[in-house]
Write a protein that binds this ligand. Structure first.
Ligand code: AMP
Length: 264
């Protein structure tokens, strides 16, 4: 399966490069970066409604591929359950295949990618520009509290919280009526190692983005830092306020009302 992915990736990369070189309207790519439990999933759900850009959740793409019973699939399942990162080679291959699907022609919101410096090659090597890279900032203590109450609906990836975002019936998914579960990688000991992993392996992606945003032709146009302690509505509002005029349009932000002339 993985050999197939690598061949497919090579074939699929050509249209991306040609599109970048031919001067067609570039797709809008938005990247959400933040520690586990910082609200990337919840923010992407709202942002997709506002912007009409589809979301690519890396862990959901991985899960679809893992329905096969190969040794590699079993290994990836175990790594995901233990909160370990999957190899860059595998992730790059599946993401290139995913992004080449027609539903992402106008762009996409990436939830959970890139997560390592090596994964930023996806943008640099394919000459794809990230319009906005959003960083969700939150303390480790707040994350640990959030993860304890997090429940998910496995098949869809819908996320709930027992206190802050409860389902209509405790333990049951609102849409399908199926049971919710606590992810094995949301257990406190696993969360702590995922936080260390975020600091050591994923934070360099933010430095990369800041450097790119300072360059005239960098692969990232704008980096926006958000306080992830806010509600999702407040985060969306802060995002729109901080966006450049062009990005604000692409993110589907409400147009700023023209200032009314003060009464004399
Ligand atoms: P998430 O739901 O984003 O916390 O991801 C769950 C798990 O999927 C992670 O702990 C990793 O095992 C795997 N994963 C998701 N995205 C990536 C990525 N970009 N690179 C490597 N592993 C990933």
């Amino acid at each position: 399966m993985f050999l197939y992915l690598i061949i497919a990736t090579t074939l699929y990369s050509f249209p991306l490069i040609l599109q970048a070189q031919s001067g067609q309207t570039a797709p809008t790519y938005v990247v959400l970066v933040g520690p586990p439990g910082s609200g990337k999933g919840t923010l992407s759900e709202q942002l997709t409604q506002q912007s009409q850009l589809p979301v690519i959740t890396t862990s959901q793409v991985l899960k679809k591929l893992l329905q096969s019973n190969t040794v590699e699939a079993q290994k990836i399942k175990q790594q995901m359950a233990a909160g370990e990162l999957i190899s860059d080679e595998t992730i790059l291959a599946i993401m290139k295949t995913e992004i080449s699907k027609p539903q992402y022609a106008a762009g996409a919101i990436f939830d959970g990618f890139p997560r390592t410096l090596a994964q930023t090659d996806f943008f640099t090597k394919n000459q794809l520009t990230v319009q906005v890279l959003v960083v969700l900032n939150i303390s480790d203590e707040a994350i640990i509290l959030r993860m304890q109450g997090r429940r998910v609906h496995g098949p869809s990836g819908r996320v709930y919280h027992v206190d802050n975002r409860p389902p209509k019936t405790p333990g049951i998914d609102d849409v399908t009526g199926e049971p919710l579960e606590q992810r094995s990688d949301d257990q406190p000991s696993v969360v702590e190692s995922r936080l260390v992993q975020y600091r050591e392996i994923t934070k360099p992606v933010i430095n990369w983005a800041n450097q790119q945003a300072m360059m005239t032709d960098g692969q990232v146009r704008q980096v926006i830092n958000l306080d992830a302690n806010q509600s999702v509505a407040q985060m969306l509002q802060s995002l729109c306020q901080a966006s450049t005029t062009q990005n604000s349009g692409q993110l589907g932000c409400p147009a700023i009302k023209p200032m009314t002339t003060p009464a004399t």
